[in-house]
Design a protein around this ligand. Structure first.
Ligand SMILES: C[S@@+](CC[C@H](N)C(=O)[O-])C[C@H]1O[C@@H](n2cnc3c(N)ncnc32)[C@H](O)[C@@H]1O
Length: 261
């Protein structure tokens, strides 16, 4: 089963929920800007699943995906974007580039999900990236990023998520409290006992909310918002986000921030 599996398809199913994310992006943008965003840039786009969900949700929408891996973007174009039909492929541009290289096209909204900016381990490198995002936005543009935290995020841990026909295993193999560097792996396990070990590896620095806020402001953003999801009585997420002044730490959490140009 491991030999027959497609890692890109497994990754998308394990960690992504593009329709929900793009709904959140548009809602957040409208809340901050009072009009509709049309153009979106997906940094670290991988298979460009968010670009596709973005253009699917509006006939006037366009998307640019940026990633260093041509192979991953090609997979997205061949297996997702082109089969989606209509004019969707014409409204998506995929660029094989470093996210710190600012393209000429400015967009309404830029997103960086699944903590991908954690690849930048120094203040200087992350500031360079945030500055590039700032420069690539229209005057009333908004940047949305997610972040990960909680006491369990700062340690070694293995979490299994059973998705029926495979298990997605998230391993935090090493965390250094001195540098906040964290080494993580994604493994896929199959019912026949076969495995795809270390299908993805992440050598990151785990940035905290105040560090991100300070660097976003330093990069030129005028205002930074920290969102938290409301939960129902059972503690499950409701999809409704608010802006708290105080949040008690939890074992593990992930949430969004938005920065206004
Ligand atoms: C964690 S995956 C993110 C995939 C997808 N965007 C998501 O939300 O799940 C990280 C991606 O970032 C790309 N990447 C890493 N460093 C990059 C850089 N400096 N510029 C552009 N892409 C980069 C990798 O090629 C990889 O596809």
């Amino acid at each position: 089963m491991a030999q027959r599996a497609d890692v890109h398809a497994l990754y998308e199913r394990a960690v992504q929920d593009p329709p929900t994310d793009v709904k959140f992006f548009a809602k957040t943008y409208r809340r901050l800007r009072d009009h509709e965003p049309l153009s979106m840039r997906e940094d670290f786009c991988g298979t460009a699943a968010l670009c596709l969900a973005w253009v699917r949700a509006g006939a006037d929408r366009t998307a640019i995906g940026v990633d260093l891996s041509q192979e991953t973007m090609d997979w997205g174009r061949t297996n997702r974007i082109e089969p989606a039909g209509g004019d969707l492929a014409d409204r998506i541009e995929l660029r094989c580039a470093d996210v710190r290289e600012v393209g000429k096209t400015k967009v309404d909204l830029t997103c960086a999900l699944n903590f991908s900016y954690c690849t930048f381990k120094t203040r200087a490198a992350l500031l360079e990236y945030f500055t590039a995002v700032h420069e690539g936005l229209n005057r009333d543009g908004v940047f949305i990023l997610d972040l990960l935290g909680g006491s369990e995020s700062m340690g070694e841990d293995v979490t299994d998520n059973d998705l029926g026909d495979f298990v997605y295993r998230w391993e935090q193999a090493r965390f250094n409290i001195i540098t906040h560097e964290i080494l993580c792996y994604i493994h896929f396990l199959f019912p026949d006992g076969s495995k795809l070990e270390r299908a993805y590896s992440y050598d990151w620095r785990l940035w905290t909310a105040p560090e991100l806020r300070e660097l976003l402001l330093e990069a030129g953003f005028s205002k930074v918002h920290f969102f938290w999801e409301k939960t129902d009585r059972r503690g499950d997420g409701t999809g409704v986000f608010f802006e708290p002044d105080y949040v008690e730490n939890q074992d593990l959490w992930w949430t969004f921030m938005a920065a206004e140009r």
